[in-house]
Design a protein around this ligand. Sequence first.
Ligand SMILES: NC(=O)C1=CN([C@@H]2O[C@H](COP(=O)(O)OP(=O)(O)OC[C@H]3O[C@@H](n4cnc5c(N)ncnc54)[C@H](OP(=O)(O)O)[C@@H]3O)[C@@H](O)[C@H]2O)[C@@H](O)CC1
Ligand SMILES: [K+]
Length: 502
Amino acid sequence: MKIFTAEQIRDCDQYTIKNEPVSSMQLMERAAEACVEWISENCNHHRNFAIFCGSGNNGGDGFAIARMLYQKGFDVDVFTNMKAKFSPDAQENFRHVKEITGISVREFKETSGYRFDSRTVIIDALFGTGLSRSLDGEMKDLVEFLNLQKNIKISIDLPSGLMADTISDSEIFMADYTLTFQFWKKSFLHAETGKFTGKVQVLDIHLNQDYIEENETRDFVIDDEVIKSIFKIRSEFSHKGTYGKVNIIGGSYGKMGAAVLSTRAALKAGAGLTFTIAPKCGYEILQTSDPEAMFIEGGKDFIESFHIDETAVCGIGPGLGTHEKTAEGFLKFLKSYSKPLILDADALNIIAQNPHHLNLIPEKSIITPHPKEFERLFGKTENSFQRTVLAKDKSRELKIYIVLKDHHTQIITPEGMVFYNITGNSGLAKGGSGDILTGIVTSFLAQQYTEQEAAILGVWFHGRAAEYASEKHSKESMLPSDVINEFGNVFSVLNDKVRKLL
Ligand SMILES: NC(=O)C1=CN([C@@H]2O[C@H](COP(=O)(O)OP(=O)(O)OC[C@H]3O[C@@H](n4cnc5c(N)ncnc54)[C@H](OP(=O)(O)O)[C@@H]3O)[C@@H](O)[C@H]2O)[C@@H](O)CC1
Ligand SMILES: [K+]
């Protein structure tokens, strides 16, 4: 799914009104209907709604939602600034609300005296994509007050105070759910701003498809459509050679688990043949834990020699350690190797020891740093938006793919595209999760996906397996090995989605 800026969304809105038999009032009606459908399906135990409406079209949505919820039998109170200069559509919907005697309309300043029942849902329709500056005065105080209430809070389109595309220092409404129209907004996907949205639900309001297809963006959300366009079903007429050869290079004394997990992930993600290059101290551990993989000795307690089969796809780094002999061997190997690699963890830490090492990374390689590793490689940034900008520069400069691991991991391409992942959960915030991702991406690259496809599919796949694992074990208790055990289920669902069935 494309991510558009607030300006593009406004254009798309206008284009739809101009080119389709729908007026702006009808589009607002459609948007409100989509919200009310979601609310009435999901708010089974809540009958009362306190709806806060601004003067723009976001407020207009709020007034329309108030009317529709009332008509469905819910109790509705509306708060607004009755003397405001409303947008034409907001004005019209406000007029309809005033005509309904069962809806009480109050001034914002009456909010502090209002008795918020524990089952009252607060709906925020104060500001949407039209927010042009930080909240101040009455609106800042109002949002501050509402944020103190323990009630369930739903934002319409965007949490008020949040800009769609950038970071701001405004007071921001803290939603439990955000019902957003048509597109993900960039700010929902970054840590500093995304924490205000709660769970995001994208509602399709059928904005014009031609506009969506023809207008360019460099930012995308990895949704089911993206994955369906990448995933390839295994052919029955195939053999192990069809699915490539993987070399996982990692492990050192005390960190052999990382190599075990990475190897197992590569195996279970479908590679044809998997080898682990590890130090001798890991021989029995690896052969016992992952008997389907073959062992190649690369040193005694740590890896020193990187003699790699050129026909294999290599994932280097899990548990590798940064012993000087390992670093020496790895850098020597990099100087003589030109095929794309997957580099993670200690492979990145060795590279980070000297900025000149960055130029040794073969073009089209995939590096998978977490924010701290990214900082070691490329330096500090003020916030995650700036980090993405820096990653785009570095991706272009070094001609590599950067998988920037975060709550919404980003895959950044040398062409300057950013793909945001929306699968996964906090159960992945544990040692070993990154080792699995390295195994998956290496395995997909060996199976003849392109670098971009392997990175996108790999990150999505890892997150989806984590969602399944947390359903069974909880986010707290799930282990990286539980995530690997869910790979089969992810493949089954994917195959069902992609396969042509009678
Ligand atoms: N996209 C679509 O297809 C559809 C979009 N729809 C809905 O429209 C919404 C966008 O509506 P919108 O453009 O009227 O802007 P909105 O956010 O309501 O506020 C603008 C008003 O707030 C004011 N203002 C701004 N900042 C302020 C501040 N800090 N403090 C105080 N005031 C401030 C600003 O004043 P100004 O900046 O001009 O001074 C202006 O008066 C969108 O989010 C969605 O909900 C759906 O109805 C249908 C389909
Ligand atoms: K809002």
